[in-house]
Ligand binder design. Structure first.
Ligand SMILES: [Zn+2]
Length: 63
């Protein structure tokens, strides 16, 4: 799934207002500060905290 680069550029995390990082592997938008991955469905980022996936569960990284 390809995201519009401009769309990603204007998207910020609803929690910390920080810049989101596009994760190409599965199309998530990731906030590293909050360790949350926001899903993208049908090309539309779901910027809802309740829908976000904790990175600790979606990745194999342990901090
Ligand atoms: Zn954030």
């Amino acid at each position: 799934m390809q995201l519009d680069a401009h769309l990603v550029h204007v998207l910020v995390c609803p929690i910390c207002k920080g810049k989101l990082e596009k994760r190409l592997t599965d199309g998530y938008l990731v906030c590293k500060a909050d360790k949350l991955a926001y899903p993208v469905r049908d090309g539309i980022p779901i910027m809802i905290v309740e829908q976000a996936v904790p990175l600790d569960h979606s990745d194999h990284q342990v901090n």
